[in-house]
Design a protein around this ligand. Structure first.
Ligand code: GDP
Ligand code: MG
Length: 764
């Protein structure tokens, strides 16, 4: 099968084109660096099926970041039959810089002039025919988004692929051209493929290239001694880059005709928005406010805080179905409303099944297994699906409109001082969706230490799977505190995650994970209205992922949990109210004391082990925490409030009643689950993305320690406020040590080495 590769700058529309061509649903994001791994699909509308590869976005073929290495190696080693070089026509000159490098490789190329719809909308003109003439490569105007011009593009790429092509360069008229030619001849003598491309990279003294052809590199070094340019001295890399840009602006500027008037208007409109949204001082508060608005719309049972102004009996829904849906104290937000509707459906389904099973001659344990074990667990998690989807819809809107890229920009300005670049915030923000792709995305970071530090804190950006924990436990906190704004709690926990992440990165970057902060060059993508198709793709992705997980990992876990909570060590079936004699209970009680310092251990009494077990099942998939509560709920209820009717008490409320856990313990429980070792999938990804085994082990330790320390602080300070001062003193001491060490006044490392030395001596 023929293979075509899509190459281009970040954010030029490669993935959108890839999806349109192959009908696949890869993630499209409005910020640079979304695709960091190559993806493959098949285009079927040509004479023969063609394999299409979506490469990570790159600005040049001199690789600095891992994603650039992936793209460069793919093009050079896998020898695609044609490269489709996608160019954002609204940014023609910048995009052509990469083109001038790709064309030096001996491979057929077709230029896809993308975003022509946006060009037209702006009233500008870009002339594909003129560009084709000047650049000497086939050019096709397309819009990946509107799916126009795609057939022609593929047809021309197909034709080009049959012909083959020798590399050509725009450096022909420059002073360095003899040197390039000499290198090329030398390389050809050694039977090196793509000799022109490699010769030019050699002249640029590109590190990888020098390593591969040391002999020819010597030739370049020698020539360098005799060469002096007025502006760049003998910095060949700079001379080459400058020549490319000069060639582009001299030859291609006439391809674009800007609509003068509209340009002025557009600039002021986008500028106006950015003057507010990326303001030095207000940028971050605005971001936090937007985030809160989203949480309010998704989780609030007191929408717009109207409830506080409403008379007690603002509407007589008391005792009706509608009361649960529309709200009691206040008005429900859309998210809660949707959740209520789904809850009604799942409740009546469970009731119907239970009724049928009890009516038939089905064993009591089987009814319990199906209704409480499986359905209880599954539905406990499923009930949060509407809120998860709604939250993601909002996140997708922020991302697709181009706002999230601004957030990275705002944060960069502040955190650069502390050793973190804005680039690192993109994978972090992706972590709100799922840690797995976010961790893979850390490949966009060039500095290994920055990459490791970022990888470690990604799980602190609470992912979709952690949402049920947050929401369910927040519900319990509300009932204890007698308030009705769950949104404030979920929001605060999200912000807590962000704050812990930032503090942890600062700590690492100033101690074990030091490093340069590479410059953060990113142009802000233009704002645009979010694409409906994109939003739906994102949601569909989430939904698919969720359903798949529900019927695999979560289902299996609930079944296992149910069995071990209903059988004793002597394999006797135990009815609900005797759960505390089960295998699971005795195992749970064994580890329960571990959680005492963080608020949900021994002090929670006979049923406290449920928290410990739930937290452990969360290590497989975070949804399991709530699924476990759901599975065990009826046992807790019947064991605790024996003989009471089961109806109306939810899992968390039953647990709160049975264990006497207070608000600090509940918050500590959320924090622990949010910050501790993430799910299986994320751990496997972290392992794969870690530079060494040792680093991975440190990552696991880091997660355990951070979650333990933070939840302990929450529990202790929440229970006894004066412990705050102890923590302040301790942290003050740690920070002073770090500062003194970094200033060279004391040497912590030497101290530890001495300590080690003493110990080793003792052994000997
Ligand atoms: P990639 O980083 O190169 O893979 O770019 P994406 O495919 O993720 O697209 C980046 C952004 O450009 C997204 O917000 C797309 O919706 C938008 N986009 C892509 N193609 C077009 C197009 O033809 N016209 C317009 N107006 N926007 C586009
Ligand atoms: Mg992409």
């Amino acid at each position: 099968m023929k293979k075509f590769a899509l190459a281009g700058n970040p954010n030029c529309g490669k993935t959108t084109l890839f999806n349109s061509l192959t009908g696949s649903t890869a993630h499209v994001g409005n910020w640079p660096g979304v695709t960091v791994d190559k993806k493959e699909g098949v285009y079927k509308k040509c004479e023969e099926p063609i394999s299409i590869v979506d490469l990570p976005g790159i600005y040049s073929l001199s690789p600095y970041t891992p994603e650039e290495v992936i793209s460069r190696n793919y093009i050079l080693d896998e020898k695609p039959d044609c490269i489709i070089n996608i160019i954002d026509a609204t940014n023609l000159e910048r995009n052509l810089y990469l083109t001038t490098q790709i064309m030096e490789i001996d491979v057929p190329i077709v230029v896809a002039l993308n975003m022509m719809d946006a060009v037209e909308k702006n009233g500008d003109k870009v002339d594909p025919v003129k560009l084709e003439e000047k650049i000497g490569l086939p050019v096709v105007a397309i819009s990946a988004l509107k799916e126009s011009g795609l057939d022609e593009l593929m047809q021309r790429a197909y034709e080009a692929s049959k012909q083959g092509r020798d590399g050509s360069t725009v450096l022909a008229g420059t002073e360095l051209m003899h040197l390039i030619r000499d290198c090329k001849i030398a390389l050809e003598g050694q039977k090196v493929e793509n000799s022109l491309f490699h010769a030019i990279k050699l002249v640029e003294l590109d590190e990888i290239e020098v390593g591969m052809h040391p002999d020819s590199a010597k030739m370049v070094e020698e020539f360098k001694q005799t060469f002096e340019d007025d502006t760049f001295g003998s910095d060949f890399e700079a001379i080459v880059a400058d020549s490319r840009y000069k060639h582009i602006s001299k030859n291609f500027s006439t391809v674009v005709v800007k609509n003068k008037k509209s340009e002025g208007e557009r600039l002021t409109r986008s500028d106006k928005a950015d003057r507010v949204l990326t303001h030095k001082i207000w940028g971050i508060p605005i971001f936090l406010l937007i985030l809160f608005a989203i949480f309010h719309l998704t989780f609030s049972e007191n929408f717009l805080f109207i409830g506080y102004g409403l008379p007690e009996d603002w509407v007589s829904l008391e005792g009706t179905v509608a009361e649960g849906l529309f709200g009691e104290g206040g008005i429900n937000s859309p998210g809660v409303l949707l959740q209520g509707i789904l809850g009604l459906a799942t409740d009546s389904l469970t009731d119907a099944i239970r009724g049928a099973m009890e009516g038939g001659a089905v064993a009591e344990w089987a009814t319990g297994f199906i209704c409480d074990g499986i359905l209880g667990g599954l539905f406990a998690v499923l009930s949060f699906l509407p809120q998860i989807l709604l939250l993601f819809l909002f996140f997708s809107i922020l991302e697709d409109s181009g706002y999230m890229a601004r957030v990275a920009f705002i944060l960069d300005r502040i955190f650069r001082k502390f050793g973190l670049s804005g680039r690192a915030f993109m994978p972090m923000i992706m972590g709100f969706g799922c840690s797995v792709p976010a961790m893979i995305n850390t490949r966009t970071l060039a500095d290994q230490n920055e990459r490791t530090a970022t990888l470690r804190v990604i799980p602190f950006f609470s992912c979709g799977a952690k949402l049920p924990i947050l929401t369910a436990v927040a519900g319990g906190i509300l009932s204890l505190a007698n308030i009705s704004n769950a949104d404030i709690i979920t929001y605060s926990m999200y912000v807590l995650g962000i704050v812990v992440a930032i503090c942890a990165v600062l700590l690492m970057r100033n101690t074990t994970m030091r490093g340069e902060v590479p410059p953060f060059i990113m142009e802000l993508p233009s704002y645009h209205a979010p694409q409906f198709k994109n939003l739906m793709l994102h949601l569909w992705d989430k939904l698919k992922h969720f359903i798949k997980k529900a019927f695999t990992i979560i289902l299996v876990s609930t079944i296992v949990i149910w069995f071990f909570s209903h059988f004793s060590w002597s394999w006797h079936y135990l009815p609900d109210e005797e759960m505390n004699g089960s295998i699971l209970a005795s195992l749970g009680q064994l580890i329960q004391p571990l959680f005492t310092p963080i608020g949900f251990g021994s002090q929670c009494g006979a049923f406290g082990w449920v928290f410990a077990v739930a937290a452990l099942t969360g290590l497989i998939a975070k949804e399991n925490v709530i699924a476990t509560f759901g599975t065990l709920a009826s046992c807790v209820v019947s064991g605790f409030i024996a003989d009471e009717a089961l109806g109306g008490v939810d899992a968390i409320e039953a647990l709160i009643g049975a264990t006497g856990i207070g608000i600090p313990g509940l918050i500590a429980f959320i924090a622990f689950n949010m910050l501790t070792i993430p799910c299986f999938a994320a751990v496997a990804t972290a392992k794969a993305e870690s530079p060494s085994k040792k680093s991975f082990r440190m990552t696991l330790l880091f997660w355990i320690v951070t979650s333990y320390v933070v939840s302990m602080m929450i529990y202790l300070i929440g229970s006894w406020w004066w412990t705050l001062f102890i923590f302040l003193v301790l942290w003050g001491g740690v920070i002073t040590l770090i500062v003194l060490n970094n200033k060279g006044i004391i040497d912590v490392k030497a101290f530890f080495e001495k300590f080690n030395f003493l110990r080793r001596n003792k052994k000997a």
